[in-house]
Design a binder for this molecule. Structure first.
Ligand SMILES: Cc1cc2nc3c(=O)[nH]c(=O)nc-3n(C[C@H](O)[C@H](O)[C@H](O)COP(=O)(O)OP(=O)(O)OC[C@H]3O[C@@H](n4cnc5c(N)ncnc54)[C@H](O)[C@@H]3O)c2cc1C
Length: 600
C-alpha cells in the first residue's frame, strides 16, 4: 500500500528498500511474499501509476528532462569528447528506469555472465542467471509468425510477471535489415536468449501486445501486490543517508534510514536489512553520504567516514553509441513506420488518436528491434592490428603499474573475449533520425555501440547535501581502443545502409555523418562531437573481492557492514553485451532469493 511519509515516520520495518525502480520493486515483491516480514520501499520520485505518458509505448524519450519522470543527470565535461557534458537520463518515480526505457528486452552472451564468477563471485554464472532471467519473463508467443522472428520457447520464461513479446506493429525494416546483414555475412540467430547472441535477431520488447501498454516493474511487480499489508511504499521520499552503528571491529550495522519528503526530514528504523536499489548513479551516492566509501573522497565532501571502502563509485563502465543516418526515398516512405512522423504536429495528433482509438500506429510501437552482436573481426579488416595495440597498451599499463592488479584481472577477461571472438560490437537499426528530425521526411539510423569498454570512470559525491547530484565521469575514451573501435563501427554502419535490400529503400543522401566525413580523423571527430550515452552505466558498486576494490560480496552485502546490501545494476563488475533491463530484473530476483537464504 502507498502511505505518506508521516505515516511511516519513526516506525520500524524489517527490510527497507531504497529506490522503487526496476530491481527495487522486484526485490520488494519477492520479499513481501512472506507475510510475516515487513517491507518498506522509499522512492524519491512520484508514484506515476496508471499514467498514460508512461504506459504509451511510443512515448519514450518524450519525457526526457521532465522532472516528474527523469533525473536528467549531467556528466562532467568529457575531455576526449570536446569537453561535452552528456545527459544521463534515469527514471524517477515508481518503476525507475523501467518506466523510461525503450522496451528492448534481451539477455547477454553466456561469457559475459560467466565473467562475474571468473572475477571471484562463486556461483554467479550463466547456468544460475538463466534461471532468474526466466523467472522474470512472461514471454508471449507472437500472434503472427513472420520471417523476421525466430525463437525457441524452451529458452524463455513464460510464467514470470513481466510481459515480454515481439512487437505487433512492425516498422517494415525488419526483414530488409536481416537480409542486408545476411548479404554482409552475418547470420540470423535462432534464439539469442540461449547465451549465444552472435549474429542478427529481433529483440522482444516489454510491451503488452494485447493492451499495447508498457510492461514495467511498477505495473507488474508492485501493482498486483499493492494490497499486501506487509508491503509499504512511500513516494516523494528522497533518501539522504543510512545511519549506522560501528562495532569494535569497525563493522557497520544500519539502524535507521533518513529521508526528506517535501521540506520535512524523517527517519525509519530497520529491523533486519537496508537494501540499496537506487541505481548505478545514486546507490554509490547514498553509500558515500552514509560515510561508506573512499575516506579522502568522503572527507573532501564533508562527510565523516564510517567504513573505508575505496571501491565505492569506481570501476564505472558505460556503453556508448554513434550513428549513421540516411533518408528514406519519398516514393516508398508511406509503406514504413518511423518515429520521424511525430515531428509533424498534425501527424502527431493523428497518431495519438489512432493509438487511443485502436491501439495502433507509431505510439503502439517500441523503439528499435533489429539488433546485431558480432566480434570486431567480422566487420573490420584492421581488427587484428587494433587488438594487438590494446593488448600492448594493457601490458604497458601493468608494467608501469598504472593498471592495478585488480583491473588487470578484468582486462585479461576482456582480452580473452576479444581473442575468442565474443560479440563485442552491437548494431541497431532505428526507424528515425536521432535526435530531432525536421518534419516532412523519414529516416533510418544505424547505431553502433561499444559494449565492452576498456575505459573506466567514476561517480562520487562532492557535497554532503543529498540533493547535490554526484560527479559523474564516464571517462570516455580513456583507452584509445574504445574510440578506434567506434570508428570501425561507423564504417560498418555505412556498409549496412549501403547493402541491398536496405539500400534500395534509401536516397543517396547521408544525413549524418555526411559524405564529407571520410578519413579516420574526420570520423573520430564526428564521433567525439555527436556520440551519445546508451544509458547503461554499471560497476559503481561492483561485486568483486574486497582486495579487488569490491563494494559488495557475492551475497550482495556491502563489505564491512552487517546488514546493508546493494541490489541493482550497479553491482555488475564487468560490462555485458546487452541492454540492461533483463539483467536488472534478474539481479532483483536473485537478490531476493539470496536475502531469503534460498541460495548461497
Ligand atoms: C532512457 C533509458 C533507456 C533505456 N532503454 C533500455 C532498453 O530499451 N532496454 C534495456 O534492456 N535497458 C534499457 N535501459 C536500461 C535499464 O532500463 C536500466 O539499466 C535498469 O532499468 C536499471 O535498473 P535499476 O534498478 O538499477 O535502477 P532504476 O530502475 O533506475 O531504479 C532506481 C530507483 O531509485 C530511485 N532513487 C534514486 N535515488 C534515490 C534516493 N536518494 N532516494 C530514494 N529513491 C531514489 C530512482 O528514482 C529510481 O526509481 C534504459 C535506461 C534508460 C535510462
Amino acid at each position: 500500500m502507498l502511505l505518506s511519509a508521516n505515516q511511516v515516520s519513526g516506525k520500524l520495518f524489517d527490510f527497507i528498500i531504497v529506490g522503487g525502480g526496476t530491481s527495487g520493486l522486484t526485490v520488494a515483491a519477492r520479499l513481501s511474499e512472506d507475510s510475516s516480514i515487513s517491507v518498506l520501499v522509499l522512492e524519491a520520485g512520484q508514484a506515476n501509476l496508471n499514467d498514460p505518458e508512461i504506459l504509451t509505448p511510443g512515448g519514450f524519450g518524450k519525457r526526457f528532462g521532465n522532472a516528474q519522470y527523469d533525473w536528467a543527470f549531467k556528466t562532467t565535461p568529457q575531455k576526449a569528447c570536446h569537453q561535452r557534458s552528456f545527459t544521463f537520463n534515469r527514471g524517477k518515480g515508481l518503476g525507475g528506469s523501467s518506466a523510461l526505457n525503450f522496451h528492448q528486452y534481451h539477455r547477454p552472451a553466456k561469457a559475459d555472465i560467466d565473467a562475474f564468477e571468473e572475477l571471484g563471485n562463486l556461483g554467479w554464472n550463466w547456468e544460475l542467471l538463466e534461471r532468474y532471467y526466466a523467472k522474470t519473463e512472461g514471454f508471449l508467443r507472437p500472434m503472427e509468425k513472420t520471417n523476421a522472428i525466430s525463437y525457441d520457447l524452451a529458452r524463455h520464461g513464460t510464467t514470470g510477471p513481466l510481459v515480454v513479446a515481439y512487437q505487433t506493429t512492425m516498422s517494415g525494416f525488419e526483414l530488409p535489415y536481416q537480409l542486408a546483414m545476411k548479404n554482409l555475412g552475418i547470420s540470423l540467430v535462432e534464439e539469442p536468449f540461449s547465451g549465444d547472441t552472435t549474429g542478427t535477431w529481433l529483440s522482444p520488447l516489454t510491451i503488452d501486445p494485447q493492451r499495447r501498454v508498457r510492461s514495467y516493474s511498477a505495473n507488474k511487480y508492485y501493482q498486483p501486490n499493492a494490497d499486501r499489508t506487509n508491503l509499504t511504499v512511500v513516494v516523494s521520499a528522497h533518501v539522504a543517508k543510512i545511519v549506522t552503528q560501528l562495532d569494535p571491529n569497525g563493522r557497520a550495522t544500519a539502524t535507521e534510514v533518513l529521508f526528506v519528503s517535501g521540506e520535512a526530514r524523517h527517519s525509519v528504523k530497520v529491523g533486519k536489512e537496508v537494501i540499496l536499489s537506487a541505481g548505478a548513479i545514486m546507490s554509490p551516492q547514498i553509500l558515500e553520504l552514509s560515510g561508506i566509501g573512499d575516506t579522502p573522497i568522503l572527507q573532501a565532501a564533508g562527510v565523516q567516514a564510517r567504513v573505508h571502502l575505496p571501491g565505492v563509485g569506481k570501476n564505472v563502465q558505460e556503453h556508448t553509441n554513434a550513428r549513421v543516418t540516411r533518408e528514406l526515398r519519398p516514393e516508398i516512405e508511406s509503406e514504413y513506420l518511423t518515429f520521424d512522423m511525430l515531428s509533424d504536429a498534425t501527424e502527431y495528433d493523428r497518431q495519438r488518436e489512432l493509438y487511443q482509438t485502436s491501439g495502433a500506429g507509431v505510439f503502439a510501437t517500441g523503439s528499435s528491434t533489429c539488433m546485431t552482436f558480432i566480434p570486431l573481426e567480422s566487420i573490420s579488416p584492421i581488427a587484428d592490428i587494433l587488438q594487438k595495440s590494446i593488448t600492448q597498451s594493457i601490458d604497458d599499463g601493468v608494467s608501469s603499474t598504472s593498471i592495478s592488479p585488480a583491473l588487470k584481472k578484468q582486462y585479461e577477461i576482456q582480452l580473452k573475449h576479444v581473442k575468442d571472438g565474443e560479440p563485442t560490437c552491437e548494431f541497431i537499426l532505428s526507424p528515425r533520425l536521432i535526435p530531432d528530425p525536421p518534419p516532412g521526411k523519414k529516416y533510418i539510423t544505424a547505431s553502433a555501440l561499444i559494449n565492452h569498454p576498456f575505459s573506466r570512470g567514476s561517480i562520487h559525491i562532492t557535497s554532503s547535501d543529498p540533493f547535490v547530484p554526484p560527479n559523474i565521469d564516464p571517462n570516455y575514451f580513456e583507452h584509445k581502443y574504445d574510440l578506434l573501435q567506434l570508428i570501425e563501427h561507423i564504417k560498418f554502419c555505412r556498409k549496412i545502409l549501403d547493402q541491398e535490400p536496405l539500400k534500395k529503400l534509401l536516397t543517396e543522401i547521408e544525413v549524418t555523418p555526411g559524405s564529407d566525413v571520410q578519413t579516420d580523423k574526420q570520423i573520430a571527430d564526428y564521433v567525439k562531437s555527436t556520440m551519445g550515452t546508451t544509458w547503461h552505466t554499471v560497476g559503481s558498486c561492483s561485486m568483486l573481492p574486497l582486495a579487488d576494490n569490491g563494494v559488495v560480496d557475492r551475497k550482495l552485502k556491502v563489505y564491512n557492514t552487517s546488514n546493508i546490501r546493494v541490489v541493482d545494476i550497479s553491482i555488475i563488475p564487468l560490462h555485458i553485451g546487452a541492454h540492461l533491463q533483463a539483467t536488472a530484473y534478474a539481479i532483483g530476483e536473485l537478490g531476493a532469493d539470496i536475502i531469503k537464504g534460498n541460495i548461497f
